[in-house]
Design a protein around this ligand. Structure first.
Ligand code: PNW
Length: 617
């Protein structure tokens, strides 16, 4: 492999900046207006991607059939569940010490908003009633995360109060026959992991933490304490939820805690997350094997569909998928990062030692997939490609689009969140991609869901037919992938309850259960089941289970006739994809600007292999 070094300095970043400006100048005036009114903290459309697999069809609709899910039958052993995370529901009850998310919320949204967020949905105080509600709804599997700051102090000692709380929660779940699926870390980093923490800073609220090598040992100590105290009877664990989101939004784009922006640091953080994950799994396998649990880490990935049937678009989508999913999936299945990432990122991407590779490879017992959305990927010609950066500021020599090249049709309807397009066939494709690329693992869809805005009155809000259709359509897609051989063994809807959607707070509603945060319909924090809870309950109660001796139901109702299309028709107003693309570009622009300010001299090695779009500039 031929390599050449390049010096990238302020002038080069200036060129990138000019290129970005030129692209921005093509924006229509109306797009600019949309850009200006967009909430500054809202998540941009995912300009990170998934890649095409050999299974990716050039015609997105061609090879894919989606069952009308009301007809879908699942094996009796299939695990249906609901998902949540600690910071989003628990609140700070029990004197829970601060996490980087508390600090980030206070620094970016203000003290009052942060104080509201620190209440979560008061799961800490209300867990007994919540477990009862889940039990009555037929929930058999509950994915929850633990709050690291609630459980551990900086000196490695345990916070008894925290462990007692989770013992009570696990006790309540067990009494109700609900299987806990536990995630050790879902974004709420203890503030004591920061070697400097600031309330006001141009580069985040916390320095250090996941960027320092010491985090690996701290995480192992935490995992050890949890396995020892809470491990008995827990069959499913995940270590870290969505390392890619944390890296890109938290350490790349500065849009999530801890609000930092840097390419090198985000790659280092990802690296440390892989090492921490692998160490925790190795520890479990050595010290707690008799507990019999299965472990993984939650990998989020959109599906990146080639925008056309051209070879160039297929290659671009494959490269995008390498980064979208392969960044973390390749190391845990093959022991190293995807080659295309190495060639793009050069020295920025840290190396594993042989010993580390051996520990990371095979460090999952099943594939835990968080999947929400899909997008198209287009090849970009060389000069432009070289200057494009993705959402976290990494080189991204491909373009994300929401429209098919030939039909100009949007990929799917927009949900409440502008990054979420409803594309059930993308789930089928990504499941088949995982089957082919990662040696046919058992897959649990550990998160999938949709947000729908609150309506004018409670009756309307609770009547969430779009979510009902979303669930049927995505489950139909999963079932279709299963019939084609993907070993999908479980599905968790995100989320059981409306909850604190990170920087978007209480405004984004993903729940099967409505939370009345302010008490506008009576009591504060009162829970109201939505129509979708009842609908999804039928799956959870086993009403969609196959009769073992019955023949398999006929496959495939054409997409044109299926539930998803009804949903497409009923899903809110269609938003302007170009405006969305411009928002993504705006974030890219900001990243470039900040990177330019930060970069004095950066050296990067670039692979000259043909077909790879190389280089930061
Ligand atoms: C998940 N994407 O993150 C998180 O795990 C949850 O905590 C969160 O509430 C939920 O999504 C809804 O936002 C995602 O780019 C991050 O497609 C990124 C994407 C999807 C989900």
């Amino acid at each position: 492999m031929r390599r050449r070094g390049r010096e990238i300095d302020r002038a080069s970043f200036g060129a990138v900046l000019v290129a970005s400006l030129a692209l921005l100048a093509t924006a229509r005036a109306s797009d600019e207006a949309t850009l200006a009114t967009e909430h500054p903290k809202s998540r941009a459309i995912p300009s990170r991607v998934s890649g095409a697999s050999t299974s990716a069809s050039a015609d997105p609709h061609g090879a894919v059939t989606v069952l009308k899910a009301s007809n879908a039958r699942f094996p009796a052993s299939f695990a249906f569940g609901v998902a949540t995370s600690a910071w989003q529901i628990e609140g700070a009850g029990g004197k829970r010490p601060e996490s980087t998310w508390d600090a980030f919320a206070a620094a970016t949204l203000g003290r009052d908003a942060a104080a509201e967020m620190r209440r979560g949905i008061e799961f800490y105080e209300r867990y007994e009633d919540d477990v009862k509600m889940m039990s009555e709804a037929g929930v058999k599997n509950f994915k929850m995360s633990l709050s690291w700051p609630r459980l551990m102090r900086a000196d490695g000692t345990k916070r008894e109060e925290g462990f007692k709380f989770y013992e009570r929660v696990l006790g309540a779940l067990r009494k109700s026959g609900i299987e806990p699926h536990i995630t050790l870390f879902h974004w709420d980093t203890p503030i004591w992991l920061c070697f400097a923490n600031r309330t006001r800073s141009s580069n985040g609220v916390c320095e250090g933490a996941w960027a320092r090598d010491e985090v690996v040992e701290a995480f192992e100590t935490y995992a050890d304490a949890v396995f020892e105290r809470l491990g008995k009877g827990v069959k499913y664990w995940t270590t870290i939820s969505e390392p890619k989101t944390i890296c890109e939004l938290g350490y790349g784009a500065g849009m999530h805690a801890p609000g930092r922006r840097g390419v090198e640091e985000q790659l280092k953080v990802g690296h440390n997350m892989l090492l921490a994950h692998a160490r925790a799994v190795a520890l479990y396998r050595k010290k707690y094997a008799d507990l019999g649990g299965k472990l993984s880490l939650n990998l989020n990935s959109a599906w990146a569909e080639p925008a056309s049937d051209s070879m160039d678009d297929a290659t671009a989508a494959a490269n995008a998928m390498d980064e979208e999913l392969g960044w973390f999936a390749d190391p845990v299945f093959t022991g190293d990062y995807p080659r295309s990432m190495r060639s793009r990122l050069g020295y920025f991407l840290p190396q594993f030692t042989e010993e580390q590779k051996a520990q990371i490879k095979g460090s999952v017992d099943f594939f835990a997939l968080n999947h929400y959305t899909s997008y198209y990927v287009k090849h970009v010609p060389a000069p432009v490609a070289a200057s494009q950066l993705g959402i976290g500021g990494k080189p991204q020599p491909w373009e994300i689009t929401l429209f098919a090249e030939s039909s100009k049709e949007p990929i799917g309807k927009e949900a409440q969140s502008n990054w979420l397009r409803v594309v059930p066939w993308g789930l089928e494709k990504i499941l088949l991609h995982i089957k082919e690329k990662y040696d046919d693992p058992e897959i649990i869809i550990t998160e999938n869901g949709v947000d729908i805005a609150e309506k004018g009155d409670i009756a309307e809000t609770l009547d969430d037919s779009e979510r009902v259709q979303f669930i049927d359509a995505y489950l139909g897609a999963a079932r279709s992938a299963m019939r084609k051989g993907a070993k999908v063994i479980g599905y968790f809807y995100w989320s059981m309850f409306d909850n604190i959607e990170w920087v978007d707070g209480a405004s984004k509603r993903f729940g099967l259960v409505y939370i009345d945060y302010s008490g506008k319909y009576g009591q504060k924090m009162k829970r109201y089941p939505k129509k979708s809870l009842e609908h999804y309950s039928a799956y959870m109660r086993g009403e969609h289970a196959e009769e073992p001796e019955e023949p398999e139901p006929a496959l495939g109702v054409a997409r044109e006739n299926n539930a998803m299309d009804d949903m497409i028709a009923s899903f809110g107003k269609r938003s302007d994809g170009e405006a969305l693309a411009m928002r993504g570009l705006g974030v890219t622009f900001a990243c470039v600007f900040i990177a330019a300010a930060l970069a004095k001299r950066v050296r990067i090695d670039i692979d000259d292999t043909p077909n790879e779009h190389s280089g930061l500039v």
